[in-house]
Design a binder for this molecule. Sequence first.
Ligand SMILES: Cc1cc2nc3c(=O)[nH]c(=O)nc-3n(C[C@H](O)[C@H](O)[C@H](O)COP(=O)(O)OP(=O)(O)OC[C@H]3O[C@@H](n4cnc5c(N)ncnc54)[C@H](O)[C@@H]3O)c2cc1C
Length: 297
Amino acid sequence: MTGQRSIIMHFPLLMIGERKPEDIIRDLNGLHKKEIKFINNEIKLIDLKNHQVITDKQILEYDYLIISLGVEYHPETVPGFREYALNAYQFEDVITISQKLHRFNSGRIVLFISSLPYRCPPAPYEIMFLLDCFFRKRGLRNEISLTLVTPDYSPEPLAGPKVGQSIRKMMAEKNIELITTAKVLEVEKDALILDLGARIPADLLLGIAPHWTPQILRDTDLVDSNGYVEVNPHTLETKYQGVYAIGDNAAIKLPVIGADAPKAGIFVHYQGEVVARNIARLAQGLEPKFRYTGKGA
Ligand SMILES: Cc1cc2nc3c(=O)[nH]c(=O)nc-3n(C[C@H](O)[C@H](O)[C@H](O)COP(=O)(O)OP(=O)(O)OC[C@H]3O[C@@H](n4cnc5c(N)ncnc54)[C@H](O)[C@@H]3O)c2cc1C
């Protein structure tokens, strides 16, 4: 963590030059205006027994703890990713992607999702539609092929079949190729290698690197078999009283479909509200009455 933070959800616009890095960076030190102390340390250990968070510089005691550490990217787990692909979810790579796109005049761009689950399920589709728009505006669209490769059986399966069909239709209308149920085995200099011997040639390879929760969480007994923090889906409290988890690092089972809530900022926002309001009530000796309902958009 740094004293500044880039707003991830603007990465697709940063890619096509509709945002500049300075437009999407916020200074977190301004939080003191709301009487929130921002400590810019790296957390090394969460000591649940002793109610302490141990950082590289100090030990923090807590009465309540909200864990929101997100995920870490692991491009090294896909052979060839680091050498031949750029991570569309990582700030420095997005800057490079933007530079390359502005020089790209013809050829095939392939965006691939390395593994499931991945944060912000709509983002790869958003990126493809923005690329279509970017090249159309430059009068180059006929020179460019766009391909999206996903392990999902359909676009955004959690949003239901209607959404999937409508995204497929929009992609077909814009001549964006979609390859579903794809298992990425390797990235080569000029191609993506899928299982069953499929080889997708590419002039520019953009990927979403595999990602999962930070090791410091995996070292605790808070996580489920997939490494995400188990919580009560209504209160977002873990099995440790007063310890909550929200956001991409949490496994929040949606009651209707039994799957985990999508990993998107809008969901984190509502989760944060529930936890904050309940802690405020507890601090006043009141019942924590707020419940997370899976609300999102
Ligand atoms: C390209 C893209 C587009 C997106 N677009 C949207 C969108 O349009 N709408 C939407 O709702 N969501 C969107 N999302 C998803 C959204 O950004 C995430 O769901 C959200 O940021 C998750 O918040 P979080 O707090 O769980 O994790 P993060 O935002 O990742 O925050 C975790 C923080 O913890 C810090 N951290 C981790 N480990 C340590 C440690 N050991 N010590 C100290 N600090 C640590 C990290 O540095 C980071 O600052 C998008 C995501 C991407 C990648």
